[in-house]
Design a binder for this molecule. Structure first.
Ligand code: GLA
Length: 399
């Protein structure tokens, strides 16, 4: 982390602490941060026990938190409606909460379900992770609570356990049947690296150096502003399709289908399942390929892998939409080395890998293309691989 980033973190931590004091009286026990993510490659593979390569974003959810001894859980967000939600931890139940409060409350519920002795807390959130953009703002909320509770209640859980708890909150409490990628990225990523995730054994993840700037590259995130909602059934249907295909093939998960057996498997499968399987198997191979290129120090070689990944999501998995397809094609026409939708799909964001100096032209071309097509104009950010969830204050080692 450079000096400017450190100062930004410090001043944001002070700001959330000040607001905490105004809201709840007295100081927080600490301030924690958890980032959003983009996935470089490996989409819709996590719930097939496969591979992914996400990186954390500089955009984070900050949480000022203080443990309570009376079993009450109080929640407030700078991005909310101004009200404090006041709940009893003992009465938390799946499905009872609508909106953003379900994610943090779900983590407290999931910790309790897993047998951890957790009680209440006063929590104040302030996030710079765009919501509804496919950048895992909900995972950032969950993971901020997971790391804060881990310290407040002395649980001593490892990163992948915290990620599992956050996933469990989303699956079991908020009712979204997601895999573990977003939560693993938010907890376990490190700065200047992408996270090589094996969703079957998240404990075995590896950090893969991703020195964008050092290799003369930039990464743009193009938020198409088409809001996606993974709770609407399409994601669950895709997941169920993959599970049915694995069962028909007699495999524990699609991850267990070797590339060499793909052609035979495709012939044996019902016509509606074959493209899903083709996507998952080829996508897992793209992750392996991308990791090799990064380990060779050739990040520019990710470009064509990203673009192939997009074609597979568009044509086989069918989770892209007109806006994401246009962002990809406009970025490529303007000279991007590669581009793809990232995250669950049905809108959300596109990433574009560009050579240093081309980022302005690519951003401008995508914006013009959206204007000409009559779409809402996209929001475009440049991002670098950032650190995963952590305590900001008191600074680690100072108490
Ligand atoms: C969403 C889910 C993840 C993953 C992606 C698709 O982001 O939360 O678990 O399945 O979609 O790769």
């Amino acid at each position: 982390m450079n000096g400017t980033e450190q100062r930004d973190d410090d001043s944001r931590a002070e700001r959330v602490s000040d607001t905490f004091r105004k809201l709840y009286g007295g100081s927080p026990d600490g301030v924690w941060a958890a980032p959003g993510r983009v996935n470089l490659i490996g989409e819709h593979t996590d719930y097939n026990d496969g591979f992914a390569l996400p990186m954390a974003l500089p955009q984070t959810t900050l949480l000022a938190a203080r443990a309570r001894t009376d079993g009450r859980l109080r929640l407030h967000s700078a991005q909310g409606d101004g009200r404090i939600t006041d709940l009893a931890v003992a009465e938390l139940a799946p499905g009872a909460l609508q909106g953003w409060t379900g994610y943090p409350a779900g983590v407290v519920w999931a910790l309790g379900e897993a047998g951890h002795p957790v009680g209440g807390a006063d929590l104040h959130f302030d996030s710079t992770v765009p919501t509804g953009a496919g950048l895992s703002s909900s995972a950032a909320l969950e993971c901020a609570v997971a790391v804060a509770y881990d310290e407040l209640y002395g649980l001593g859980l490892a990163g992948p356990e915290l990620a599992r708890t956050a996933q469990c909150a989303e699956n079991g409490f908020a009712g979204v049947p997601c895999g573990i990628m977003d939560q693993m990225a938010s907890v376990c990523c490190t700065a200047e690296a992408a996270l090589h995730l094996d969703a079957r054994t998240p404990e075995d993840h590896a950090q893969v150096p991703f020195d964008l700037r050092g290799q003369g590259l930039r990464l743009l995130v193009i938020d198409t502003r088409v809001t996606h909602d993974l709770g609407d059934g399409a994601y669950a249907a895709l997941r169920a399709g993959c599970e049915r295909a694995a069962a028909l093939l007699g495999l524990p998960a699609l991850r267990d289908l070797p590339t060499g057996e793909l052609a035979r498997a495709l012939e044996a499968l019902p016509v509606e399942l074959a493209p899903l399987v083709r996507h998952v198997v080829t996508e897992n191979a793209r992750v392996t390929d991308a990791v090799s290129r990064l380990r060779e120090g050739n990040a520019a070689a990710l470009g064509p892998i990203l673009t192939e990944g997009h074609a597979s999501l568009r044509d086989d998995y069918r989770v892209s939409c007109a806006e994401t397809d246009l962002a990809v094609s406009a970025a490529l026409s303007a000279g991007a080395l590669g581009a793809r939708m990232t995250g669950g799909g049905f809108g959300g964001s596109v990433i574009a890998l560009v050579a240093d100096g081309r980022e302005g032209v690519v951003a401008e071309s995508v914006t013009v293309a959206f204007g000409s097509a009559g779409h809402r104009l996209p929001r475009i950010l440049e991002v670098t691989p950032a650190a995963g969830a952590r305590r900001l204050a008191p600074a680690p080692g100072t108490r």
